[in-house]
Design a protein around this ligand. Structure first.
Ligand code: ADP
Ligand code: MN
Length: 297
């Protein structure tokens, strides 16, 4: 059983007290990498024996990391318990009723079908930033540089927040980027997009048109939403059977007013240029786009 289905089962089977103890550990982890019993007991307002009973139970389910090497015994959430908390919240808020099969697996996320409360299928993107991908997440690194201990769960939540903000901000442009539905912790619920990654399409019939459409969208993101994608590439562009393109995967976006805007935008454009040159022998002038976006004269 994959991790997410185990997590979905826990959402059904855990008791209110279990959720409360998990949430208490989450609160405590702002200050502690491993949260001690007294803190957990303080946050959940259960007496220590009751708290300890719940901790043992959750640990037995494999939902907690325990560490006794610190001069005290402390507890830490793991990705699975964070999944449980986020899914539970999305169910309680009536956003989803079920989690379905996987849609896609990126380097920094798992994406699943979800069932919306109105019965419609939606996409659930679970952000999973780990040590390996962290170097890439330049933007998030700035948020955490002052924190004493960095939690990967916290960084994954920041990543989800960043993507949700982006999706809301681009929505008015009607470029059919995924519709933002909700975000809780490290999970973003969004509209489902039909389409295939540009990288997996064997041969485009009209590469020049597709390229122009991509560039037009990049310009509109920049000029109308004042945003730079910052991870634009053939893996983050979906194309549907009618040749409509949708740009996805937004957590790394930056403001168009960022001091490095020119280099970020250039880097996105180089990725696109390289892909089209290599596969379709089609190219464009990067400077022309930069001029349209008024980042150079
Ligand atoms: P990552 O940062 O892990 O690359 P992506 O946002 O690119 O995350 O998502 C990974 C894959 O999941 C995508 O390449 C795509 O195939 C699929 N996917 C992501 N969002 C959606 C969506 N809203 N609808 C349908 N498929 C999606
Ligand atoms: Mn991606």
């Amino acid at each position: 059983m994959t991790q997410i289905f185990r997590a979905a089962n826990f959402v059904r089977e855990l008791e209110t007290e279990d959720f409360r103890v998990l949430t208490a550990i989450e609160l405590g982890s702002r200050r502690f990498s491993y949260v001690p019993l007294e803190q957990i007991s303080f946050y959940c307002r259960y007496p220590r024996p009751e708290t300890q009973f719940r901790l043992d139970r959750l640990h037995k389910f494999g939902l907690l990391q325990r560490n006794s090497q610190l001069g005290y015994t402390g507890y830490q959430l793991i990705f699975e318990s964070y999944d449980v908390l986020a899914l539970h919240a999305l169910v309680e808020k009536n956003i989803i009723t079920a989690v379905g099969s996987p849609i896609g697996k990126g380097k920094e996320s798992d994406v699943f079908f979800g069932q919306g409360s109105d019965g419609n299928e939606i996409a659930l993107k679970i952000h999973r930033i780990g040590r390996t991908s962290f170097r890439k997440v330049r933007k998030l690194r700035n948020y955490v540089k002052d924190r004493k201990h960095i939690s990967w769960l916290y960084i994954s939540r920041l990543s989800a927040e960043s993507e949700f903000t982006a999706l809301k901000r681009i929505e008015p442009l009607h470029l059919e980027t995924p519709t933002p539905i909700a975000q809780n912790r490290h999970i973003v619920a969004m509209g489902l997009i039909d389409g295939q990654e540009l990288s997996t399409i064997p041969e485009l019939e009209n590469p020049k048109e597709i390229l122009n459409e991509i560039l037009m969208q990049v310009e509109r993101f920049f000029l109308e939403a004042h945003m730079i994608h910052c991870d634009l590439c053939e893996f983050n562009i979906l194309i549907n059977p009618e040749n409509k393109i949708r740009i996805i995967d937004w957590p790394q976006w930056e403001e168009a007013t960022h001091p490095n805007a020119q280099s970020y935008l250039t880097r996105d454009l180089i990725n696109i240029q390289t892909f089209f040159k290599k596969n379709y022998n089609t190219t464009f002038e990067i400077d022309e786009v930069l001029r349209t976006c008024k980042v150079i004269d």
